[in-house]
Design a protein around this ligand. Structure first.
Ligand SMILES: Cc1ncc(COP(=O)(O)O)c(C=O)c1O
Length: 394
Protein backbone atom coordinates (compact mmCIF):
# COMPACT_ATOMS: atom_id res chain seq x y z
CA UNK A 1 0.00 0.00 0.00
CA UNK A 2 3.01 2.26 -0.47
CA UNK A 3 1.27 4.54 -2.99
CA UNK A 4 -1.82 5.18 -0.96
CA UNK A 5 -2.02 8.15 1.36
CA UNK A 6 -3.40 7.19 4.76
CA UNK A 7 -4.72 10.27 6.48
CA UNK A 8 -7.73 9.07 8.44
CA UNK A 9 -6.01 8.65 11.79
CA UNK A 10 -6.76 4.92 11.70
CA UNK A 11 -4.21 2.14 11.30
CA UNK A 12 -4.49 -0.16 8.34
CA UNK A 13 -6.39 -3.25 9.48
CA UNK A 14 -6.90 -5.73 6.64
CA UNK A 15 -3.85 -5.27 4.45
CA UNK A 16 -5.46 -6.23 1.16
CA UNK A 17 -9.19 -6.91 1.11
CA UNK A 18 -10.28 -8.42 -2.19
CA UNK A 19 -13.86 -9.54 -1.61
CA UNK A 20 -16.74 -8.54 0.63
CA UNK A 21 -20.04 -10.35 0.61
CA UNK A 22 -22.89 -10.29 3.10
CA UNK A 23 -21.46 -9.85 6.59
CA UNK A 24 -17.98 -11.02 5.59
CA UNK A 25 -14.82 -9.40 4.24
CA UNK A 26 -12.05 -11.58 2.75
CA UNK A 27 -8.40 -10.76 2.18
CA UNK A 28 -6.06 -11.98 -0.51
CA UNK A 29 -4.53 -14.58 1.81
CA UNK A 30 -7.93 -16.23 2.25
CA UNK A 31 -8.66 -14.85 5.73
CA UNK A 32 -12.29 -14.13 6.45
CA UNK A 33 -13.64 -11.48 8.84
CA UNK A 34 -17.14 -11.02 10.21
CA UNK A 35 -17.74 -7.31 9.66
CA UNK A 36 -19.61 -6.03 12.71
CA UNK A 37 -18.82 -2.47 11.67
CA UNK A 38 -20.65 -2.63 8.30
CA UNK A 39 -17.73 -0.96 6.55
CA UNK A 40 -17.91 2.54 7.99
CA UNK A 41 -21.50 1.84 9.18
CA UNK A 42 -22.67 1.94 5.57
CA UNK A 43 -23.92 -1.54 4.63
CA UNK A 44 -27.23 -2.25 6.42
CA UNK A 45 -27.93 -4.98 3.83
CA UNK A 46 -24.49 -6.52 3.94
CA UNK A 47 -21.68 -6.11 1.43
CA UNK A 48 -22.34 -6.59 -2.24
CA UNK A 49 -26.06 -7.21 -1.75
CA UNK A 50 -27.28 -9.13 -4.84
CA UNK A 51 -30.46 -7.08 -5.25
CA UNK A 52 -28.61 -3.79 -4.94
CA UNK A 53 -25.98 -5.08 -7.39
CA UNK A 54 -28.71 -6.04 -9.85
CA UNK A 55 -30.37 -2.64 -9.50
CA UNK A 56 -27.02 -0.95 -10.20
CA UNK A 57 -26.38 -3.10 -13.21
CA UNK A 58 -29.90 -2.49 -14.65
CA UNK A 59 -29.61 1.24 -14.10
CA UNK A 60 -26.10 1.47 -15.54
CA UNK A 61 -27.54 0.30 -18.87
CA UNK A 62 -30.23 3.00 -18.77
CA UNK A 63 -28.84 6.21 -17.33
CA UNK A 64 -26.11 6.82 -14.74
CA UNK A 65 -25.83 10.57 -14.73
CA UNK A 66 -27.79 13.25 -16.52
CA UNK A 67 -26.50 16.52 -15.08
CA UNK A 68 -28.16 18.74 -12.49
CA UNK A 69 -29.86 20.75 -15.19
CA UNK A 70 -31.98 17.75 -16.27
CA UNK A 71 -34.74 16.00 -14.34
CA UNK A 72 -35.38 12.27 -14.17
CA UNK A 73 -38.42 10.41 -12.87
CA UNK A 74 -36.34 8.03 -10.81
CA UNK A 75 -34.83 10.96 -8.89
CA UNK A 76 -38.27 12.33 -8.14
CA UNK A 77 -39.49 8.87 -7.07
CA UNK A 78 -36.56 8.46 -4.67
CA UNK A 79 -37.17 11.91 -3.15
CA UNK A 80 -40.87 11.08 -2.70
CA UNK A 81 -40.00 7.83 -0.89
CA UNK A 82 -37.59 9.55 1.50
CA UNK A 83 -40.11 12.29 2.25
CA UNK A 84 -42.72 9.63 3.02
CA UNK A 85 -40.34 7.86 5.42
CA UNK A 86 -39.46 11.08 7.24
CA UNK A 87 -43.13 12.11 7.49
CA UNK A 88 -42.48 15.40 5.66
CA UNK A 89 -45.51 16.28 3.52
CA UNK A 90 -45.21 18.31 0.31
CA UNK A 91 -41.48 18.63 0.79
CA UNK A 92 -38.51 18.46 -1.54
CA UNK A 93 -35.21 16.62 -1.58
CA UNK A 94 -31.82 16.70 -3.20
CA UNK A 95 -29.38 13.83 -3.78
CA UNK A 96 -25.69 14.27 -3.13
CA UNK A 97 -22.65 12.05 -2.62
CA UNK A 98 -21.59 11.81 1.03
CA UNK A 99 -23.00 12.23 4.53
CA UNK A 100 -20.81 15.28 5.13
CA UNK A 101 -22.20 16.86 2.01
CA UNK A 102 -25.82 16.21 2.99
CA UNK A 103 -25.29 17.87 6.39
CA UNK A 104 -23.32 20.71 4.81
CA UNK A 105 -26.15 21.28 2.34
CA UNK A 106 -28.64 21.43 5.22
CA UNK A 107 -26.51 23.93 7.15
CA UNK A 108 -26.11 26.18 4.12
CA UNK A 109 -29.85 25.93 3.50
CA UNK A 110 -30.61 27.12 7.06
CA UNK A 111 -28.13 30.00 6.71
CA UNK A 112 -29.90 31.09 3.54
CA UNK A 113 -33.47 30.51 4.69
CA UNK A 114 -33.08 32.33 8.03
CA UNK A 115 -30.38 34.84 7.12
CA UNK A 116 -28.49 33.72 10.27
CA UNK A 117 -25.08 32.10 9.98
CA UNK A 118 -24.71 30.88 13.53
CA UNK A 119 -26.40 27.62 14.57
CA UNK A 120 -26.51 25.44 17.65
CA UNK A 121 -25.05 21.95 17.93
CA UNK A 122 -24.44 19.70 20.92
CA UNK A 123 -20.81 19.84 22.04
CA UNK A 124 -20.02 16.22 21.13
CA UNK A 125 -21.93 15.85 17.89
CA UNK A 126 -20.12 14.90 14.73
CA UNK A 127 -21.63 16.50 11.68
CA UNK A 128 -19.12 15.98 8.90
CA UNK A 129 -15.52 16.20 7.83
CA UNK A 130 -15.38 19.57 6.13
CA UNK A 131 -17.08 22.91 5.54
CA UNK A 132 -19.37 24.38 8.17
CA UNK A 133 -20.25 20.86 9.42
CA UNK A 134 -16.58 20.13 10.13
CA UNK A 135 -15.91 23.44 11.84
CA UNK A 136 -16.22 24.21 15.52
CA UNK A 137 -15.37 27.90 15.32
CA UNK A 138 -17.12 30.19 17.77
CA UNK A 139 -18.46 32.39 14.94
CA UNK A 140 -20.17 29.45 13.22
CA UNK A 141 -21.57 27.54 16.17
CA UNK A 142 -23.12 27.89 19.55
CA UNK A 143 -21.81 24.71 21.20
CA UNK A 144 -24.19 23.37 23.83
CA UNK A 145 -22.58 21.21 26.50
CA UNK A 146 -25.25 18.68 27.54
CA UNK A 147 -23.04 16.73 29.98
CA UNK A 148 -25.26 17.73 32.93
CA UNK A 149 -28.36 16.50 31.08
CA UNK A 150 -26.87 13.01 30.99
CA UNK A 151 -27.16 12.74 34.77
CA UNK A 152 -30.16 15.03 35.27
CA UNK A 153 -32.83 13.66 37.59
CA UNK A 154 -35.66 15.46 35.77
CA UNK A 155 -36.33 12.56 33.45
CA UNK A 156 -39.87 13.48 32.37
CA UNK A 157 -39.70 17.25 32.11
CA UNK A 158 -36.89 19.82 32.12
CA UNK A 159 -36.98 22.38 34.94
CA UNK A 160 -38.35 25.65 33.53
CA UNK A 161 -35.36 27.60 34.81
CA UNK A 162 -32.75 25.05 33.76
CA UNK A 163 -29.61 27.06 32.87
CA UNK A 164 -28.67 24.63 30.10
CA UNK A 165 -31.75 25.74 28.15
CA UNK A 166 -32.09 29.26 29.51
CA UNK A 167 -28.68 30.57 28.53
CA UNK A 168 -29.09 30.02 24.79
CA UNK A 169 -29.42 33.16 22.60
CA UNK A 170 -32.22 31.60 20.53
CA UNK A 171 -33.11 34.71 18.54
CA UNK A 172 -29.51 35.11 17.33
CA UNK A 173 -29.32 31.55 16.01
CA UNK A 174 -30.68 30.22 12.71
CA UNK A 175 -31.47 26.82 14.18
CA UNK A 176 -30.32 23.57 15.69
CA UNK A 177 -28.39 20.79 13.96
CA UNK A 178 -29.16 17.66 15.91
CA UNK A 179 -27.42 14.33 15.66
CA UNK A 180 -29.96 12.09 17.40
CA UNK A 181 -27.89 9.39 18.98
CA UNK A 182 -24.35 9.08 17.85
CA UNK A 183 -22.53 11.82 19.78
CA UNK A 184 -19.18 11.61 18.09
CA UNK A 185 -19.50 7.88 17.58
CA UNK A 186 -20.19 7.07 21.23
CA UNK A 187 -23.88 6.21 20.82
CA UNK A 188 -25.37 8.58 23.37
CA UNK A 189 -29.00 9.60 23.27
CA UNK A 190 -29.86 13.10 24.50
CA UNK A 191 -32.89 12.97 26.82
CA UNK A 192 -36.33 13.31 25.32
CA UNK A 193 -37.56 16.40 27.29
CA UNK A 194 -34.28 18.25 26.78
CA UNK A 195 -34.42 17.91 22.98
CA UNK A 196 -38.16 18.54 22.69
CA UNK A 197 -37.79 21.74 24.76
CA UNK A 198 -34.79 22.89 22.78
CA UNK A 199 -36.72 22.36 19.55
CA UNK A 200 -39.77 24.23 20.80
CA UNK A 201 -37.66 27.22 21.97
CA UNK A 202 -36.07 27.37 18.53
CA UNK A 203 -39.42 27.14 16.81
CA UNK A 204 -40.78 30.06 18.89
CA UNK A 205 -37.84 32.13 17.64
CA UNK A 206 -38.16 31.18 13.97
CA UNK A 207 -35.23 28.75 14.06
CA UNK A 208 -35.07 25.64 11.85
CA UNK A 209 -34.24 22.10 12.90
CA UNK A 210 -31.92 19.95 10.80
CA UNK A 211 -31.40 16.38 11.93
CA UNK A 212 -28.25 14.58 10.94
CA UNK A 213 -29.36 11.00 10.31
CA UNK A 214 -26.19 9.95 8.51
CA UNK A 215 -25.45 7.30 11.13
CA UNK A 216 -28.72 6.91 13.00
CA UNK A 217 -30.99 6.72 9.94
CA UNK A 218 -32.08 4.02 7.48
CA UNK A 219 -33.13 1.61 10.22
CA UNK A 220 -29.82 1.49 12.08
CA UNK A 221 -31.29 2.73 15.37
CA UNK A 222 -34.36 0.46 15.33
CA UNK A 223 -36.55 3.15 13.77
CA UNK A 224 -36.29 4.52 10.25
CA UNK A 225 -34.73 7.63 11.80
CA UNK A 226 -33.27 8.58 15.17
CA UNK A 227 -35.43 11.71 15.48
CA UNK A 228 -38.49 9.44 15.59
CA UNK A 229 -37.63 8.68 19.24
CA UNK A 230 -38.55 12.31 20.01
CA UNK A 231 -41.78 14.29 19.66
CA UNK A 232 -40.98 16.70 16.86
CA UNK A 233 -40.89 16.84 13.10
CA UNK A 234 -37.66 18.29 11.68
CA UNK A 235 -37.53 20.96 8.98
CA UNK A 236 -34.65 19.23 7.23
CA UNK A 237 -33.21 15.71 7.36
CA UNK A 238 -29.72 14.82 6.13
CA UNK A 239 -28.90 11.18 5.42
CA UNK A 240 -26.09 9.15 3.92
CA UNK A 241 -24.13 5.98 4.71
CA UNK A 242 -26.79 3.19 4.81
CA UNK A 243 -28.86 4.97 2.17
CA UNK A 244 -26.57 3.62 -0.56
CA UNK A 245 -25.49 0.37 1.15
CA UNK A 246 -21.90 1.11 0.08
CA UNK A 247 -22.70 3.13 -3.03
CA UNK A 248 -21.85 6.81 -2.36
CA UNK A 249 -25.22 8.53 -2.36
CA UNK A 250 -26.67 10.85 0.26
CA UNK A 251 -29.72 13.09 0.49
CA UNK A 252 -31.18 16.10 2.23
CA UNK A 253 -34.95 16.44 2.38
CA UNK A 254 -36.85 19.46 3.66
CA UNK A 255 -40.34 20.78 4.20
CA UNK A 256 -42.18 22.65 1.46
CA UNK A 257 -41.86 25.86 3.51
CA UNK A 258 -38.07 25.61 3.66
CA UNK A 259 -37.88 24.73 -0.05
CA UNK A 260 -40.09 27.74 -0.90
CA UNK A 261 -37.88 30.09 1.10
CA UNK A 262 -34.77 28.75 -0.62
CA UNK A 263 -36.35 29.20 -4.03
CA UNK A 264 -37.47 32.74 -3.18
CA UNK A 265 -33.99 33.62 -1.97
CA UNK A 266 -32.26 31.97 -4.97
CA UNK A 267 -30.35 29.44 -2.91
CA UNK A 268 -27.48 28.17 -5.03
CA UNK A 269 -25.73 24.82 -4.66
CA UNK A 270 -24.29 22.69 -7.41
CA UNK A 271 -21.93 19.77 -7.77
CA UNK A 272 -21.46 17.35 -10.64
CA UNK A 273 -23.26 14.37 -9.11
CA UNK A 274 -26.26 16.19 -7.74
CA UNK A 275 -29.41 14.11 -8.41
CA UNK A 276 -27.71 11.30 -10.32
CA UNK A 277 -30.25 8.64 -11.42
CA UNK A 278 -27.89 5.77 -10.54
CA UNK A 279 -27.65 6.78 -6.87
CA UNK A 280 -31.43 7.22 -6.74
CA UNK A 281 -32.03 3.74 -8.17
CA UNK A 282 -29.85 2.38 -5.36
CA UNK A 283 -31.81 4.38 -2.77
CA UNK A 284 -35.12 2.97 -4.04
CA UNK A 285 -33.79 -0.60 -3.93
CA UNK A 286 -32.35 -0.19 -0.42
CA UNK A 287 -35.70 1.15 0.86
CA UNK A 288 -37.61 -1.70 -0.83
CA UNK A 289 -35.38 -4.36 0.68
CA UNK A 290 -35.54 -2.87 4.16
CA UNK A 291 -39.33 -2.76 3.95
CA UNK A 292 -39.79 -6.20 2.42
CA UNK A 293 -37.47 -7.86 4.91
CA UNK A 294 -38.88 -5.90 7.86
CA UNK A 295 -35.33 -4.88 8.76
CA UNK A 296 -36.22 -1.87 10.89
CA UNK A 297 -38.05 -4.07 13.40
CA UNK A 298 -35.48 -6.79 13.06
CA UNK A 299 -32.73 -4.29 13.80
CA UNK A 300 -34.50 -3.39 17.02
CA UNK A 301 -35.02 -7.03 18.05
CA UNK A 302 -31.50 -8.17 17.24
CA UNK A 303 -30.09 -5.12 19.00
CA UNK A 304 -31.99 -6.02 22.18
CA UNK A 305 -30.74 -9.58 21.93
CA UNK A 306 -27.14 -8.51 21.36
CA UNK A 307 -27.11 -5.99 24.22
CA UNK A 308 -28.59 -8.48 26.68
CA UNK A 309 -26.04 -11.13 25.72
CA UNK A 310 -23.20 -8.60 25.93
CA UNK A 311 -24.29 -7.54 29.41
CA UNK A 312 -24.34 -11.15 30.42
CA UNK A 313 -20.87 -11.89 29.06
CA UNK A 314 -19.31 -8.75 30.49
CA UNK A 315 -20.80 -9.35 33.94
CA UNK A 316 -17.74 -11.52 34.71
CA UNK A 317 -15.38 -8.48 34.57
CA UNK A 318 -15.47 -5.23 36.51
CA UNK A 319 -14.22 -2.72 33.96
CA UNK A 320 -17.46 -2.06 32.06
CA UNK A 321 -18.83 1.44 32.42
CA UNK A 322 -21.85 1.06 30.16
CA UNK A 323 -23.28 -1.05 27.37
CA UNK A 324 -25.79 1.06 25.49
CA UNK A 325 -27.49 1.38 22.15
CA UNK A 326 -30.62 1.44 20.11
CA UNK A 327 -31.27 -1.09 17.41
CA UNK A 328 -28.04 -2.34 15.88
CA UNK A 329 -26.04 0.68 16.97
CA UNK A 330 -24.20 -0.35 20.09
CA UNK A 331 -21.35 1.06 22.19
CA UNK A 332 -19.36 -0.66 24.91
CA UNK A 333 -17.65 1.85 27.16
CA UNK A 334 -15.00 0.79 29.66
CA UNK A 335 -13.66 2.35 32.84
CA UNK A 336 -10.14 3.42 33.36
CA UNK A 337 -7.71 5.87 31.83
CA UNK A 338 -6.41 5.30 28.30
CA UNK A 339 -8.01 2.69 26.09
CA UNK A 340 -6.35 -0.46 27.38
CA UNK A 341 -9.43 -2.68 27.54
CA UNK A 342 -10.94 -1.51 24.26
CA UNK A 343 -7.64 -1.83 22.39
CA UNK A 344 -7.07 -5.32 23.81
CA UNK A 345 -10.52 -6.58 22.86
CA UNK A 346 -10.35 -4.94 19.46
CA UNK A 347 -7.01 -6.58 18.68
CA UNK A 348 -7.96 -10.02 19.98
CA UNK A 349 -11.27 -9.99 18.14
CA UNK A 350 -9.59 -8.93 14.93
CA UNK A 351 -7.01 -11.70 15.26
CA UNK A 352 -9.88 -14.15 15.50
CA UNK A 353 -11.67 -12.72 12.46
CA UNK A 354 -14.15 -10.22 13.96
CA UNK A 355 -14.23 -6.54 13.05
CA UNK A 356 -15.60 -4.10 15.61
CA UNK A 357 -14.84 -0.41 15.75
CA UNK A 358 -12.35 1.15 18.15
CA UNK A 359 -13.19 4.77 18.94
CA UNK A 360 -9.98 6.81 18.78
CA UNK A 361 -9.25 8.59 22.06
CA UNK A 362 -11.88 6.61 23.99
CA UNK A 363 -11.93 3.38 25.94
CA UNK A 364 -14.87 2.22 23.87
CA UNK A 365 -15.86 -0.16 21.12
CA UNK A 366 -18.73 0.15 18.69
CA UNK A 367 -20.75 -2.59 17.09
CA UNK A 368 -22.93 -1.76 14.07
CA UNK A 369 -23.58 -4.99 12.15
CA UNK A 370 -25.64 -5.21 8.98
CA UNK A 371 -29.36 -5.15 9.85
CA UNK A 372 -29.84 -8.49 8.13
CA UNK A 373 -27.08 -10.28 10.04
CA UNK A 374 -28.07 -13.79 11.07
CA UNK A 375 -28.34 -14.60 14.77
CA UNK A 376 -25.91 -17.52 14.31
CA UNK A 377 -23.23 -15.00 13.26
CA UNK A 378 -23.93 -12.80 16.28
CA UNK A 379 -23.67 -15.92 18.41
CA UNK A 380 -20.30 -16.89 16.94
CA UNK A 381 -19.03 -13.40 17.82
CA UNK A 382 -20.42 -13.64 21.36
CA UNK A 383 -18.82 -17.04 21.89
CA UNK A 384 -15.43 -15.76 20.80
CA UNK A 385 -15.75 -12.63 22.92
CA UNK A 386 -16.64 -14.77 25.92
CA UNK A 387 -13.46 -16.83 25.44
CA UNK A 388 -11.31 -13.73 25.02
CA UNK A 389 -12.72 -12.27 28.23
CA UNK A 390 -12.07 -15.49 30.07
CA UNK A 391 -8.37 -15.13 29.27
CA UNK A 392 -8.28 -11.40 30.02
CA UNK A 393 -5.98 -10.47 32.90
CA UNK A 394 -5.90 -7.15 34.73
C1 LIG B 1 -22.89 11.30 12.57
C2 LIG B 1 -22.15 11.49 11.29
N1 LIG B 1 -22.45 12.54 10.49
C3 LIG B 1 -21.82 12.74 9.32
C4 LIG B 1 -20.83 11.90 8.89
C5 LIG B 1 -20.13 12.16 7.59
O1 LIG B 1 -20.47 11.21 6.63
P1 LIG B 1 -19.47 10.89 5.43
O2 LIG B 1 -18.28 10.24 6.02
O3 LIG B 1 -20.27 10.01 4.51
O4 LIG B 1 -19.14 12.18 4.80
C6 LIG B 1 -20.46 10.81 9.69
C7 LIG B 1 -19.38 9.90 9.28
O5 LIG B 1 -18.93 9.04 10.01
C8 LIG B 1 -21.14 10.60 10.91
O6 LIG B 1 -20.83 9.58 11.73
Amino acid sequence: MEHILWCTGHDLKIKSANKAQGCFVYDQDGNCYLDLESGVWVTPLGHSNPRVNQAISDQVDKIIHCGYYNGSKIVDDAARELLKLTGIKNGKGVFLSSGSEAVEFGIKAIHKATGKNKLLRLHDSFLGSYGAAGEREKEAWHLLDWTDCQVCLEKEMCALDCPVLEDIPYSELGGFVFEPGSAGGLVKFPPHPFIDNLVSFFRKNGGLILVNEVTTGIGRSGNWFGFQYYDFQPDLVAMGKGLGNGYPVSATVMTGEVAKKLEEKSFYYQQSHQNDPLGCRVVLEVIDIINEENLVNRSWEKGEYLRERLKDIFSRVDFVKEIRGRGLMIALEFDGPGNREAAYLHRELFNKGFIVSLRPGHNALRIDPPLNIEVKHLDSFLRELDEILELYQD
